[in-house]
Design a protein around this ligand. Structure first.
Ligand code: NDP
Length: 327
């Protein structure tokens, strides 16, 4: 038996979330069974747990789009008992039982070996949000963005993606500007590596199609008017890595920044990202994020507090990352 956070929803009934004892036989099919050491709360997990958006495809569901742990048994030759592994995405926690449990059974193709130098808890202090932040940095760099070109804006700065993006960009030598609705967290954002703070209210309303050229590049976790204003404020040839929708799914923009300033809108998806890109992202995360940065940006909770913290996260009251110790 093992404990899991289980979401149930009877036909036409309300969503129910409870810590439940499950048997190994209840786990979904897969080649590798993992003893989960830690999982996390990402924005998508909070949507799933609260039912605020239709993230979960079928019930009952164990939420948790990521986890780190140790292989218990494997029918795939790439993994053996005792191997340290992690997982992000692939529909885990949405259509396949996820990481907010003491055990998971998944496809071997979905796993990434835990990179040297990271503990399971540190990997989850990064989690899907931090891995996505690295995918955004890699996207900017693939498009040729360098620190010499000018400052880079990060939106949703106090969130999981934003906070790790600030730390990664600063360590690559970029000048980082951080947009936030929580200016009282200035000291934390500066400690992560931001040199200038911007009140997100200045970006979140309707704006002109072309605005003053401010940033060479941006990482956007917010979408909607914010992303439209960011596109309109990029310098000539600028690039924005767009990964999130914390403000909204819409994009009320014009083509002006693209056709008059050669701006690039680079979409970033973590869920179906190819294996080689994941391995490269995790290799870099292990090398580039100091342990003290992770520690200062992370709170750890137990399974019992996952539901309450999910509501807090959606209300914008959680700073940085939330690790869930499932044991
Ligand atoms: P968090 O909730 O941790 O952070 C989101 C941040 O966005 C908040 O902390 C807040 O920052 C800001 N924010 C919240 N609401 C609004 C609003 N109405 N208007 C403007 N800013 C707002 O979430 P994550 O960092 O985990 O995820 C961020 C986004 O990225 C989510 O939309 C998530 O779905 C997406 N995502 C996408 C992935 C992909 O594969 N493309 C993978 C991972 C995440 P502040 O208080 O500083 O303003």
């Amino acid at each position: 038996m093992f404990k899991a956070l289980l979401l149930t929803k009877p036909d036409g009934g309300a969503l129910h979330c409870a810590i439940t004892d499950l048997e190994e036989a209840a786990l979904p099919a897969g080649e590798v069974r993992v003893q989960v050491a830690a999982s996390t709360l990402n924005y998508k997990d909070a949507l799933a747990i609260t039912g605020k958006a239709p993230v979960v495809r079928s019930y009952p569901m164990v939420p948790g789009i990521d986890f780190a742990g140790t292989v218990l048994e494997s029918s795939d030759l790439r993994y053996r008992q005792g191997d340290a592994v992690l997982l992000n995405g692939w529909g885990v926690g949405e259509s396949h039982w996820g990481g907010l449990a003491q055990q998971a059974r998944v496809k071997a193709d979905w796993l990434v070996p835990l990179p040297a130098g990271l503990t399971a808890a540190q990997a989850m202090a990064i989690g899907t949000a931090g891995y996505t932040a690295m995918l955004c940095v890699m996207a900017l760099q693939r498009h040729g963005v360098t620190p010499q070109q000018g400052p880079v804006l990060v939106t949703g700065a106090n969130g999981g993606v934003g906070s790790i993006a600030i730390a990664l960009l600063a360590r690559q030598g970029f000048t980082v500007h951080a947009s936030t609705g929580r200016l009282h967290e200035s000291e934390h954002l500066k400690a992560l590596g931001a040199s200038e703070l911007i009140d997100r209210a200045t970006l979140s309303g309707p704006g002109k199609p072309l605005q003053k050229e401010r940033w060479a590049a941006a990482v956007d976790a917010v979408g909607s008017h914010t992303l439209a204003n960011v596109c309109a404020s990029l310098r000539y040839g600028g690039v924005v890595a767009a990964c999130g929708l914390a403000q909204g799914m819409d994009l009320p923009a014009s083509v002006a920044p693209f056709i008059l300033r050669g701006v690039t809108l680079a979409g970033v998806d973590s869920v179906m990202a190819p294996h080689a890109r994941r391995v490269e992202a995790w290799r870099r995360l292990a090398q580039e994020l100091p342990a003290e940065v992770l520690a200062s940006n992370t709170q750890t909770i137990g399974l019992a507090h996952a539901a309450g913290t999910a509501a807090e996260l959606l209300a914008g009251r959680v700073r940085g990352r939330v690790v869930v110790d499932v044991n």
